[in-house]
Write a protein that binds this ligand. Structure first.
Ligand code: HEM
Ligand SMILES: *[C@@H]1O[C@H](CO)[C@@H](O)[C@H](O)[C@H]1NC(C)=O
Ligand SMILES: *[C@@H]1O[C@H](CO)[C@@H](O)[C@H](O)[C@H]1NC(C)=O
Length: 362
């Protein structure tokens, strides 16, 4: 055990040295959409193909567990396979968990903490309460990983691996995933209430929320494509059906027959926790149907439809491009997921590797 610890300490030190001194460059796993951390452009219309690009990582490395826990991803995938075959919606719920983690204090597994002595759980925030799912699956992955490689794989990395695995198991793209995030010792209820965009956001609101995290309009559109799987509660789209602009009228950008269908799921009073698919065409398949639906006025949330109806040239173009070209969407989704996954990670000696994802170590 002692020699393992020594080895681990040396390895960590090495990593800390490496990450403070250099920028890592990796070939982007897809044949296009390079351009580095800033986001660059998107191949809309014409010359979509770009040379293989590079990506800047914030001290995280795809091979981080290569020696300390080489089987980490296999363990994650085997638990995911079981969980998703039992409940197909679970893939969506796990993908969303990573998003709600990264937008609050960075990707540090703060979202997984229950109430602590000095902080209140993010699970109680407006966007998360009665909404986030999948905590038991994360616990199961963690307990299998603790058995195989004790005190090694962080809960924040489990969220990132589960998000990728869930995408893959739903038919979506894979990507090279930088790892080495460490777990926070606190959560932020305020941060959760302030930083996660509400479903009735305008296009300007959405851009502002994403810019605050260092994400651009390309990331906004590609990551919104996560809504190609999963469900939303009536309370998140009721405003659109009955009083979108304070005039007791439905949202005029909502397609008529879809509007009538939604009213049966989401009555004017009550029914707040009834659920409807975000992508009614294929709610458990990760494809580009989400963008096609938006083109026909069948985006479920205001935040989905305004990517087109918000009249912002760039997001409109992207919705059309992704509706037209599934491979283009997939490549951008992977790229933007890596960017989102790089938001404010704890590395080196910061944070800890939690033993239980719901509570900080003693
Ligand atoms: C662009 C701003 C976004 C807004 C306003 C938004 C809002 C929402 C809302 C309101 C729900 C339904 C929650 C409920 O009713 O309980 C939802 C579900 C979901 N969101 Fe987002 N979201 C956004 C971006 C994202 C991103 C970036 C991801 C992941 C990369 C994501 C993944 C998901 C998934 C997969 C679901 C379905 C979850 C399930 O079925 O359990 N969303 N989102
Ligand atoms: C969180 O918000 C509450 C009420 O809005 C405020 O009283 C509190 O000081 C805030 N805490 C932090 C850490 O910002
Ligand atoms: C969004 O919903 C919140 C809470 O219901 C409300 O206070 C706010 O005015 C709405 N925003 C827009 C742009 O409709």
């Amino acid at each position: 055990m002692a020699s393992f610890n020594l080895l681990y300490a040396t390895f960590t030190l090495l990593l800390a040295l490496l990450s403070s001194s250099s920028t890592f460059c990796f070939a982007y796993p897809f044949g296009w959409g390079g351009g580095g951390g800033g986001g660059g452009g998107v191949g809309v219309g014409g010359g979509g193909r770009r040379p293989i690009g590079t990506q800047t990582y914030s001290g995280l490395l795809p091979g981080f567990y290569g020696h300390s826990c080489p089987q980490a991803n296999d363990i994650v995938m085997s638990v995911l396979e079981r969980a998703i075959s039992k409940d197909p919606r679970m893939a969506a719920s796990l993908l969303r968990l990573h998003f709600h983690d990264c937008f609050v204090q960075g990707c540090d597994a703060s979202v997984l903490l229950d109430d602590g002595e000095t902080f209140v759980s993010e699970k109680k925030s407006v966007p998360n309460k009665n909404s986030l799912r999948g905590f038991e699956v994360i616990d199961e992955i963690k307990s299998e990983l603790e058995e195989a490689c004790p005190e090694t794989v962080s809960c924040a990395d489990i969220l990132a691996l589960a998000a990728r695995g869930s995408t893959v198991l739903s038919g979506g793209p894979s990507w090279e995933l930088p790892l080495g995030r460490r777990d926070s010792r606190k959560a932020s209820l305020n941060g959760s209430n302030k930083n996660i965009p509400p479903p009735n956001s305008t296009i300007q609101n959405l851009l502002t929320f994403f810019q605050r995290q260092g994400l651009n309009e390309v990331d906004l559109v590609s990551l919104s494509g996560a809504h190609t799987i999963g469900m939303a509660r009536c309370t998140t789209f009721k405003q659109r059906l009955y009083n979108q602009n304070g005039n007791n009228q439905p949202d005029s950008t909502l397609e008529r027959s879809y509007y009538h269908d939604l009213k049966t799921v989401c009555p004017k009073t009550g029914g707040d926790s009834n659920i409807s698919p975000l992508d009614l065409a294929s709610p458990t398949t990760f494809d580009n149907a989400y963008f096609k639906l938006i083109l026909s006025g069948k985006g479920l949330l205001t935040s989905d439809q305004v990517l087109l109806a918000g009249n912002l040239g760039k997001t409109m173009q992207l919705v059309k491009a992704f509706a037209d070209d599934r491979a283009l969407f997939f490549s951008h989704f992977g790229r933007s997921m890596v960017k989102m996954g790089n938001i404010g990670p704890l590395t080196g000696y910061n944070g800890e590797v939690r033993k239980h994802c719901r509570k900080v170590n003693l």
